[in-house]
Design a protein. Structure first.
Length: 321
């Protein structure tokens, strides 16, 4: 009598299959994709009159101005979408900077081990003990004049060599120096958590057989890090990148709300909330200046966090067990 076949083991679904079953994460991803597309396309399609200042200050929502106007008579829909573009851009670029620094730092620390790892992690702990907002403010104050001087140097060099178009670009870029400095500062602060996460994963991966085999074949440490460890860290890095973006956006919004971040003519969610808070009073409430930026910012941050949680549940090796 033939023996019965052994039952096949049930394979654990991969991360993407788990993510596809997470409706909240998929809805969040769709919302963020739609918001990004809207912030890029819609401002280009709006009439030029809505993008300029006018005498129609503090007009409540109407057919002419769907979200009302601000103190300068600018259309709030245009300002809100422009602010969303700046906030999301700052969040993404700042998170990418922190990802690059944190990933490299964590990989070196975890792979080196021993005293090097101990020294690098103690450095991270010291930096984490400094209040984050205070650290960002110090970096902004230190880098602001340096970046302005760098841009002026490029502009003067372009004018002397008759590259007038490049000089014009540099002159316009100077108005957005605060944005550049803030992005750099946020990226230089937010990498600490990423470094600890990557270091913990590398401590596990470096003991794996494929890493031992790579060393035995004579591959250098950099080759092992680049060819073997980094690809195995990609999903974890993507997951925590998604969770870092809302943290960067919150920091930027808080600084802009205090008047230390984005300045006119640029706008962000934080600067719009600051403008709205300045005109709110019990006698004449201009509610639309505060409600619409706060609502869009809250929904966007919730979507980013839901998406990040979904990615973590799908790809974290310790999750979904």
């Amino acid at each position: 009598m033939p023996e019965a076949a052994a039952p096949a083991s049930i394979a654990r679904p991969d991360g993407w299959q788990v993510l596809k079953r997470n409706r909240v994460a998929l809805i969040s991803l769709g919302f963020l994709a739609a918001l990004t597309l809207i912030t890029i396309v819609v401002p280009l399609l709006l009439p030029e009159a809505l993008k300029l200042t006018s005498s129609e200050s503090f007009v409540p929502p109407s057919k002419a101005h769907l979200l009302g106007t601000d103190v300068n008579g600018q259309d709030m829909l245009y300002r809100l979408l422009s602010g969303a573009r700046v906030s999301l851009g700052v969040g993404l670029v700042g998170a990418l900077i922190s990802l690059g620094i944190g990933t490299l730092y964590g990989m070196i620390s975890g792979y080196a081990g021993g005293r090097i790892d101990g020294f690098m992690m103690r450095t991270v702990e010291v930096l984490q003990s400094v209040p984050r907002i205070l650290f960002i403010m110090i970096l902004i104050a230190a880098l602001d004049e340096y970046v302005k001087g760098w841009i002026d140097g490029w502009r003067l060099a372009a004018e002397q060599s008759d590259r007038l178009e490049f000089a014009k670009v540099m002159n316009e870029l100077k108005a957005y120096t605060k944005v550049l400095v803030m992005i750099i500062s946020l990226g230089l602060v937010e990498w600490l958590t990423m470094a600890r996460i990557v270091r913990g994963q590398v401590l596990v991966l470096r003991e794996m057989t494929f890493v031992t085999a790579s060393r035995a074949m004579g591959q250098s440490s950099w080759q092992v890090l680049r060819r073997h460890l980094l690809p195995n860290l990609s999903t974890i890095i993507l997951t925590y990148l998604t969770l870092t973006i809302p943290a960067v956006i919150l920091d930027e919004s808080f600084l802009s709300f205090l008047g230390l971040g984005i300045e006119d003519p640029a706008s962000s969610w934080g600067s719009l909330l600051k403008d709205g808070a300045q005109v709110i009073n019990p006698l004449e409430s201009k509610w639309w200046l505060l409600v619409f930026p706060a609502l869009l910012m809250s929904v966007s941050l919730l979507a980013l966090n839901f998406l990040g949680d979904g990615l973590r549940d799908a790809f974290d090796p310790k999750g979904g067990e």
